[in-house]
Design a protein around this ligand. Structure first.
Ligand SMILES: C[C@H](O)[C@H](O)[C@H]1CNC2=NC(N)=NC(=O)C2=N1
Length: 96
């Protein structure tokens, strides 16, 4: 099982993934992606879902029109691990 990152390691990792930050009140990271329209937002979700499934690591997310709110944590580790950082980076790459 992946190890939880320390607060320090988490902060450092977040520095390298634009737009991602700590979620207040829980051990998770998040980002709100804003696209041009619903089509772009849903296209992002479709591509990200395929990557997430391949990684066996899945986002908590919510789509409102052209925005996608994403929260990542590793449930079995009770916090943020390298797997969350990896998926966050992949999502940024997909969003372009
Ligand atoms: C058995 C399976 O590997 C686990 O349930 C996976 C699936 N996807 C997951 N996704 C996320 N975000 N956190 C997890 O702890 C997690 N666990």
């Amino acid at each position: 099982m992946a190890e939880r990152l320390s607060a320090e390691a988490r902060k450092q990792a977040l520095g390298g993934i634009p737009g991602w930050g700590e979620i207040s009140g829980r051990e998770a990271i998040g980002k709100t992606f804003v696209f041009k329209d619903f089509n772009q937002a849903f296209g992002f979700m479709t591509r990200a879902a395929l990557v997430a499934e391949k990684m066996d690591h899945h986002p908590e997310w919510r789509n409102i029109y052209k925005t996608v709110e994403v929260v990542l944590s590793t449930h079995d580790a009770g916090g943020v691990t390298a797997r969350d950082i990896e998926l966050a980076k992949a999502m940024n790459a997909i969003a372009g």
